[in-house]
Design a protein around this ligand. Sequence first.
Ligand code: AOF
Ligand code: ZN
Length: 373
Amino acid sequence: MAARTDERLMARAIELAQRGLLATAPNPCVGAVLAREGEIVAEGWHTAHGHPHAEREAIADARRKGVDTAACDLYVTLEPCNHHGRTPPCTEAVLEAGIRRVVVGCADPNPAVAGGGADFLRQRGVAVEMGVLERECRDLIADFTTWTLQKRAYCILKLAQTLDGRIASRSALPEAVSGPDSQCRVHELRRLCGAVVVGGGTLRADNPRLTCRLPEAERQPLAVVVTRSLPWPDEERFWLLMHRHRELIFWTSEEGADSDQGKALSASQVRVWPLPETGHGLDLRAGLSRLHSETGVHRALCEGGGRLAFALARQGVADELRVFVAPKVLGDARAVPSFQGDWAPAMNEALGFRFTGAETSGEDMMLTLRPRE
Ligand code: AOF
Ligand code: ZN
């Protein structure tokens, strides 16, 4: 099959996979298509954790439609599994369906299955091609890779900024930077994430609600506030935050946790987690690990401000950036920058990212970036 056809069909499998983004955690989202002479005849995706895998869904779709699977090529975003987990191995389903050619996006990073599926199929005479749209397929499951290999929550950093890279004016008043379409997308991101994380400064300046205001939101994310100077438990805005969220957690320093405020908070219903110091602020990776192990949160959405955004980027845990760029210029050196630090004096020392998406969002642009590999 021509390389361009393989890519077109894999692109469709990626689209299908994205439908499972919310429900599959802690499994990856996976999509599959069955094609005959380059034409899609059946489709499937992993719909939810514990449900059949994408390959089985595609094969079931083919059977429903009366399609002869033995005459089809299978395109799947992730290497078929070869292990008995919650579901039987997909490699067996492929053999039973008589499929002779399997095109795979990327290898499974799960150490329990890594490499096994493709080899198993090849040994049984199936042609397996690996690595079609590999980077896109790896990006698709970057969250899963973080959970399985690093055992921590995957961190999406959201920024809403002006053309000149400012997230707020000098007035420090809560003001919307981006338009209603972008704000709607932010609620969609909050729906996807089990926790929202903000710096103490942002909380004090904006008093954000940090809730998902979409009707389909099943539950609210828990709230994490990163601050060295903890509030007293009766400070109103923190109570408000607590009542809106399932839970409120403070990430602070050892001294913060030991302070009178820290002790008073711990004695109320608030969790206070002291994080180790790194040379670049509190150890946010440790916070994300603990979030994953103690609360089962898979994705955390960081909503600023600038100092926290920079610390995440500097510590290499800004796994995905969603930057909403509003077509506005403040032109004020005292306005708040999206990344606030004291870092690179020269361009060759800048932290590097790569663009993985750019689309319009009402009057704004939404850019998606990931760390450089
Ligand atoms: C596939 N196709 O659609 C998915 C795969 O607990 P289980 O049985 O659902 O297995 C989970 C593991 O299977 C998961 O950790 C990942 O390695 C792989 N997911 N594999 O062939 C799929 N979702
Ligand atoms: Zn499988």
